[in-house]
Write a protein that binds this ligand. Structure first.
Ligand code: CP
Length: 314
């Protein structure tokens, strides 16, 4: 099937076939990234604007590198030095960027729904780089890409997402992708951050850490997202760590070969201990590296490229 989407807004709307197409394209780009000349001319002449209106380290740099590896011209928008500080709206900002000749916008925004809004307004591709607590599709794609590299098929694999699920766009995007791959997903954490109604997503909800971790193939830690919480959802960080932080004893409940994952940024000593974040089961930095190939695939496909052209050239 040819790739037909202009935008990437959520993983919920993608078919399994489309996710497989992105992963296959990313795998081909990953091989190119391993060569001495890492650049391909696929997006030569195109201008990509990284419009990040919320802080980011990994996603922003990863999209920058991905666009450069595809030979695109990249403009990274510094929100603090822009006219958004003078009250310019998102719509006006984006329409002006379009008028300046952008061929694609990568948007991170604190408001859920902003990438969808821009995608309907603009005739150029809009890529969601994280919108509020709603979705972070390229994170879900790179996480599942990393899991598949290690585990092969995800069908029937026990994947535990542990932490602040309520405010996590990463959790939502992973859940949608993992369900399509047939994984058995458990969400775990305090009941205030992992409410029962999340079972509507087709997952298991557990507040029993030992039971949730028992025999799991993957545990994905999430940080407490203070910036999106308007109330205290647990008494203190110390109490959170004592009940749900991943330490050596708790990690021994996992499958011995289990992958330890985290989208970053990590709060060491809160949701995960140092020796696990840096230990042999951790694939946290591999996730970051894989983000470049996955984002190259997304930029390439949404610009009108076709998977078979990259896969055949590989
Ligand atoms: N994983 C992630 O989105 O990290 P950043 O906020 O640093 O981009």
């Amino acid at each position: 099937m040819p790739w037909t989407r202009k935008d990437l807004i959520t993983l919920e709307e993608l078919s399994l076939d489309e996710i497989n197409q992105i992963h296959a394209t990313a795998a081909a780009f990953k091989k190119i990234l391993g060569r001495s000349v890492k650049k391909v001319p696929a997006l030569r002449g195109k201008t990509i604007v990284n419009l990040f209106l919320e802080p980011s380290t990994r996603t922003r740099i990863s999209f920058d590198i991905a666009a450069k590896r595809l030979s695109a011209d990249v403009i990274s928008f510094d929100a603090s030095a822009s006219s958004t500080t003078k009250g310019e709206s998102l719509r006006d900002t984006a329409e002006n960027i379009r008028a300046l000749g952008a061929d694609m916008i990568v948007l991170r925004h604190a408001a859920s729904g902003s990438p969808l809004y821009l995608s309907k307004l603009l005739d150029i591709p809009v890529i969601n780089a994280g919108d509020g607590a709603h979705a972070h599709p390229t994170q879900g794609l790179l996480d599942t890409f990393t899991m598949r590299e290690h585990l092969g098929s995800l069908k029937g694999r026990k994947i535990v997402i542990l932490g602040d699920i309520l405010f996590s766009r990463v959790a939502r995007s992973n859940i949608h992708a993992l369900k399509k791959f047939g994984a058995d997903v458990t969400l775990c954490g305090p009941s205030t951050l992992v409410p029962r109604h999340l079972t509507a997503l087709g997952v298991t909800v557990s507040h029993d850490l030992r039971g949730a971790l028992a025999g799991a193939d993957v545990v994905m830690l999430l940080r407490i997202q203070h910036e999106r919480q308007s109330a205290n959802h647990f008494p203190s960080l110390g109490e959170y760590t004592s009940m749900f932080g991943l330490n050596k004893t708790r990690a021994s409940w996992l499958n011995p070969k289990a992958l330890i994952m985290h989208p970053g940024p990590i709060n060491r000593g809160v949701e995960i201990d140092n020796d696990l974040a840096d230990g042999p089961n951790s694939v946290i930095l591999e996730q970051v590296t894989n983000g470049i190939a996955v984002r190259m695939a997304v930029l390439y496909l949404c610009s009108g490229g076709q998977p078979e052209n990259v896969i055949a050239a590989d």
